[in-house]
Design a protein around this ligand. Structure first.
Ligand SMILES: [Fe+2]
Length: 346
């Protein structure tokens, strides 16, 4: 079995493959690691066939949807998953054939209603049901400590004690554990009485994961994250360095149109000399009037460099083939001590 573990902070994802048939599956891919999975699969001579999420993640951005789009292969989740883009819904006991490997689905509700573990040969991919030295939390949407108790003590902890535990989270860089070791050492598994376990889970009082709202939104709908939207825009436009723009502004280069895409108030407080104001929200409405010549070189900037990237990408889509965005924003311009002009005039 080919086995690759990819960590994104504490999030763990896995590429597992069959050496003989060159077929692979990715388990719990994270959106920022998409190129890494593709690179690993290519390096190992594997073709990815399945994209599997062990559950609806509330704390990281799933890469299944985007990988499925790129590769034309199915997203697999438990049938309880709320995500409408899941291509293959599976049930307890189902098996996926990854070449000669058998990935067996074990439904383990508790952390979420749609949580499942996957057993592949001597490894158990536990998602957030069982972590190394911990368990998944049960206080997020569809979490249920009673169900988690059953999933652990009446199900996966009764499996072969030598099974390697591969969780979806590991903040200490331990890599993997075994069922036997978790039974012996995992502090949360020492409460083997149902009521005591449930009481412990209910009193954990954990802080909410960062980006939870956005993670649930994008993971459940298949929609993009803001970072994804920005990365896609940034891939479509070239950028100009701050110092380069300063030199062009000082040289009074007539060919370049500098567009400030912030709001009027920010513009009047201080803008780059010679910059015109065209707020991002009005770009499409005013573009024909304000920018009649699509062959001109146009540079967009905003406060931090994000909105200006979207604006430049929009301009390029509209046919302004020389639109560029500033690499940085007004904040970086001020910090560099470059000239700033205030008032309503360019
Ligand atoms: Fe989770």
């Amino acid at each position: 079995m080919v086995f690759e573990q990819v960590a994104t902070g504490g999030c763990q994802s896995y590429l597992v493959g069959c050496n003989e048939t060159c077929v692979a599956a990715v388990i719990d891919p994270e959106i920022s690691q998409i190129d890494r999975y593709l690179g690993l699969a290519a390096r190992d001579g594997l073709r990815i066939r399945y994209l599997i999420d062990t559950h609806t993640h509330a704390d990281h951005f799933s890469g299944t949807r985007e990988l499925a789009r790129q590769l034309g292969i199915p997203v697999v989740m438990h049938r309880e998953s709320p995500a409408p883009f899941v291509d293959m819904r599976v049930d307890d006991g189902d098996m996926l054939l990854v070449g000669h490997l058998r990935a067996r689905v074990i439904h383990t509700p508790g952390h979420t209603r749609d949580s499942m573990c996957l057993m592949v040969e001597d490894r158990l991919f536990t998602g957030d049901t069982l972590l190394i030295g911990a368990t998944g939390r049960t206080d997020l949407p569809t979490g249920d400590p009673e169900a988690l108790f059953d999933s652990l003590f009446r199900n996966i902890l009764r499996l072969d004690p030598t099974l390697r535990v591969q969780p979806a989270h590991d903040y200490q860089g331990l890599g993997s554990s075994t069922i036997a070791r978790e039974l012996a050492e995992n502090p949360r598994l020492q409460k083997r009485d149902r009521a005591a376990f449930v009481e412990m889970m209910r009193s954990l009082n954990l802080t909410m994961p960062t980006h939870m709202t956005e993670a649930l939104r994008s993971n459940m709908s298949g929609g993009k994250t803001v970072a994804q939207l920005l990365a896609e825009a940034a891939a479509k436009v070239p950028f100009m360095a701050l110092a380069d723009l300063k030199a062009r502004v000082e040289a009074e280069e007539g060919d370049l149109i500098v567009l400030d895409v912030r709001e009027r108030e920010a513009y009047e407080t201080g803008h780059i000399p010679r910059a015109r104001l065209l707020p991002r929200g009005q770009l499409e409405l005013r573009v024909n009037h304000d920018l009649p010549d699509p062959t001109r070189r146009i540079l967009t900037y905003c406060e931090l460099g994000c909105i200006s990237t979207l604006a430049a990408a929009t301009l390029r889509e509209l046919g302004f083939q020389r639109a560029v965005a500033l690499d940085g924003g007004m904040q970086a311009w001020r910090e560099a001590g470059y000239p700033v002009k205030s008032g309503a005039k360019p």
